[in-house]
Design a protein around this ligand. Structure first.
Ligand code: ADP
Length: 483
């Protein structure tokens, strides 16, 4: 960290310490050693940030789209310049392998340039009126102050994915990052500072006490929009509370992605894709497959190829060469793996590889879990319905397409889904029937700053990225005029 430890709040263009003067520790999940400290912002700090964002709103909204775009373009250039440093910081603080961290930084940077462009395309419309002397015009205007709450699993890109469309639209932002990863957030706000956003346009409250800061953001009438990425449980509660001040909300919540492998798929390609998607970020992504359904004719062949590939993955600290499975974020996450595996085995699942914590030479961390494959998983098992969020894969056989689609859709979640098939007609049919916000067909990474990301049902509301992403930060205004 480049700054004084206790000045990690960014309010009205100034780095400050928490009003109560306290700090909280930040840990390296690979060693569980303290790697830094951040200011423990509280309610008074959050109120100051909301006041700054509120005061800055009109001036920022009245800048031209070209001026707002220019600030985002500057931030984009700085982010690319600092990409290696950001990646190293993320690996240290969050644990993911360095290459994955670098990919995340570049993915995050894409949102800055994408929304710099989109700022210039906030078009309105005119509507023919039934009255000859009337003109109807539709304007799209920024919603106002935005509260953004971000998670630890993608600690940089989730910030870019929210701040970029908000400021492009002309909104101002108060961001509260996850308590596990404040250092990445601080680094992002150093970039925003260097890019020259006017004071109050972007504000950061680091805190170890999310509820106290969350309460202020939710209760404030000045905050007109909540954008949240995190668990379905917390997102549901925050959205319910946001309703009392009638805030706009967008929510990116949990997932329980099905991964369908049909009899006509290339089994090796499917196994390779399933490993990449399942163990992405050590399984700690909301788009990770949670239920891998394979047609019975290719089932044994698939699980052999899948297990072989999974068991070859190296577990370790993200900065070590060749590591693709980093530590889980904390002991609660690791205990969940243990619980899911024990429950599935007790109910008859076959454990094909992994199934336990591993210790890594030279690292004190206790939250390394072996890449694990469970076959013959059934609906009675916890892992079949609960989001795993870790490196444990559940494989399930099926006999026909209708059954597979029905099982895939039989979940309260609806974020990502995956289909492996070489039959174009089947691919079309199945992608239309899946009740998910995202479908990957022979594709494990159907995400891009240029494309709308988001879910249905308990996976959330709204979309991030794409042409739709900026709409979340714009209100529609109708102007009728008699001429
Ligand atoms: P996860 O299970 O991935 O940690 P959470 O939903 O608990 O997901 O956390 C996602 C984000 O929500 C984090 O920034 C966390 O600090 C924040 N958060 C959790 N509870 C609250 C709350 N009551 N008010 C405001 N923010 C919260």
């Amino acid at each position: 960290m480049t700054r004084e430890d206790d000045r990690t709040l960014f309010i009205n263009g100034e780095w400050t310490s928490a009003g109560n003067g306290s700090l909280f520790d930040v840990l390296d999940p690979s060693t569980e050693a303290v790697i830094g400290r951040a200011s423990d912002g509280g309610a008074a700090d959050a109120r100051a940030a909301v006041a700054a964002a509120s005061a800055a709103f009109e001036g920022w909204a009245n800048q031209t789209a070209y001026q707002r775009a220019a600030a985002l373009e500057r931030a984009h250039r700085i982010m690319l310049r600092r990409a290696d440093e950001l990646a190293a910081l993320m690996t240290l603080e969050q644990g993911k392998p360095l290459r994955a961290a670098k990919n995340e930084v570049l993915y995050g940077a894409d949102f800055l340039s994408w929304f710099a462009e989109e700022a210039k395309r906030v078009y309105g419309t005119t509507i023919p009126s039934a009255r000859a002397n009337q003109r109807l015009t539709v304007l799209r205007q920024p919603v106002g102050v935005v509260a953004a709450i971000t998670p630890w699993n993608y600690p940089i890109s989730m910030i870019a994915r929210k701040v970029a469309p908000a400021v492009a639209a002309g909104c101002t932002v108060v961001l509260k990052p996850a308590e596990q990863t404040p250092l990445c957030a601080i680094a992002m706000f150093e970039i925003f500072e260097e890019a020259g956003f006017p004071p109050g346009v972007v504000n950061l409250i680091t805190t170890g006490n999310p509820e106290a800061v969350g309460d202020v953001l939710l209760e404030s009438r000045e905050v007109r929009k909540l954008t949240f990425t995190g668990s379905t449980a917390v997102g549901t509660e925050l959205a319910a509370r946001a309703a009392s001040t009638m805030k706009r909300v967008s929510l990116e919540l949990g997932g329980h992605a099905p991964f369908l492998v049909f009899e006509d798929a290339d089994m090796d390609h499917a196994a390779k894709g399933a490993v990449l998607a399942k163990f992405l970020n050590t399984g700690q992504a909301c788009i990770c497959p949670n239920r891998i359904y394979v047609h019975s004719s290719g089932y044994e062949r698939f699980i052999e190829a899948f297990t072989q590939r999974a068991s070859r993955l190296t577990v370790g600290a993200g900065h070590q060469d060749g590591v693709s499975i980093g530590p889980l974020i904390d002991s609660a996450a690791t205990e969940k793996m243990e619980r899911h595996v024990a429950d599935a085995r007790n109910k008859g699942a076959r454990l094909l590889t992994g199934g336990s914590r591993v210790s890594v030479d030279g690292l004190a961390g206790t939250n390394f879990y072996a890449p694990t494959v469970l076959a013959d998983v059934t609906p009675e098992m916890e892992i079949y319905t609960e989001e795993t969020f870790g490196p444990v894969a559940a494989v399930i056989p099926f006999d026909n397409e209708d059954e597979a689609v029905r099982m895939a859709n039989n979940t309260d979640y609806g974020l990502a889904s995956y289909v492996y098939t070489t039959d174009l007609v089947r691919a079309t049919r199945v992608s239309e029937r899946l009740r998910f916000g995202i479908v990957g067909i022979n594709d494990i990474n159907p995400t891009s700053a240029a494309a709308p990301f988001g879910g249905v049902k308990n996976s959330g509301i709204g979309r991030e990225g794409g042409a739709q992403g900026i709409d979340e930060y714009l209100d529609v205004k109708l102007v009728g005029m008699t001429v």
